[in-house]
Design a protein. Structure first.
Length: 180
C-alpha cells in the first residue's frame, strides 16, 4: 500500500479501473456513494475503493483540525458528497460507522429498507423517496439541499414501528426454519 507514496508517487501499483476512476473523482462536482450496511458497517467494496484513493495524497504527515493526515497531492476543487445507505435492521445506529467515515457527506439513510418491497410500506416512506428525488434535483441545480428536504432523508422509525418490523421478521424466519 505504501508503494503509492514512495515507489511511483501518485500512481497505484495495481492497473485496473481505479486508473479511470481517480481522475474522474477529482473532476466531479458531486460524488455519490451507495452501500448496504452489514454488521453495522459499509461493504468492503466501498471501503477498498476509499483506500485506493491514497494516490491522491502526499506521503507527508500534517495536523489538520486536530487530526494527523496526509496532505492532498492535487489542489482539491469544492465537491459535494452524497452517501446513500440501507440496512435491514430498523435502528439508525446501524449507520454510525458510515456516518463517521463520510461525516461531510449528505446522508440518505433508510433502515429496514425491505419496507420498499411492500406496496403499503412504500406508501409509509413515500415522504423519504420523494425527498431523495428532490435532493438529487437540488444538489445538481444549486449545489445544496434545503434543510426541510434534508430532514426527510434519514428515516427514524418509532419504537412501535420497530417492534412491528421485529415481529414480522421473526415470524418470517420462524416459518423459514420450519421449512414452510
Amino acid at each position: 500500500m505504501f508503494h503509492v507514496l514512495d515507489g511511483d508517487p501518485g500512481r497505484c501499483v495495481h492497473r485496473d479501473d481505479m486508473d479511470w476512476i481517480i481522475p474522474r473523482w477529482r473532476e466531479a462536482d458531486v460524488i455519490y456513494l451507495g452501500t448496504p450496511i452489514y454488521n453495522y458497517n459499509i461493504v468492503h467494496y466501498l471501503q477498498r475503493m476509499t483506500e485506493r484513493m491514497l494516490p491522491n495524497a502526499l506521503p507527508y504527515m500534517e495536523e489538520t483540525e486536530g487530526s494527523t493526515r496526509h496532505p492532498e497531492r492535487h489542489e482539491r476543487k469544492p465537491q459535494k458528497m452524497v452517501l446513500a445507505a440501507v440496512a435491514g435492521f430498523p435502528d439508525l445506529e446501524n449507520f454510525d460507522v458510515a456516518r463517521a467515515l463520510f461525516s461531510d457527506a449528505l446522508h440518505i439513510l433508510l433502515p429496514a429498507a425491505q419496507i420498499l418491497e411492500d406496496p403499503e410500506g412504500s406508501k409509509q416512506v413515500s415522504y423519504f423517496t420523494d425527498a431523495v428525488k428532490k435532493a438529487g434535483r437540488q444538489i445538481v441545480a444549486k449545489g445544496t439541499v434545503d434543510e426541510d428536504v434534508k430532514k426527510k432523508l434519514v428515516v427514524d422509525y418509532s419504537p412501535e414501528v420497530k417492534n412491528i418490523f421485529m415481529e414480522e421478521a421473526n415470524k418470517y424466519f420462524e416459518a423459514l426454519m420450519r421449512g414452510e
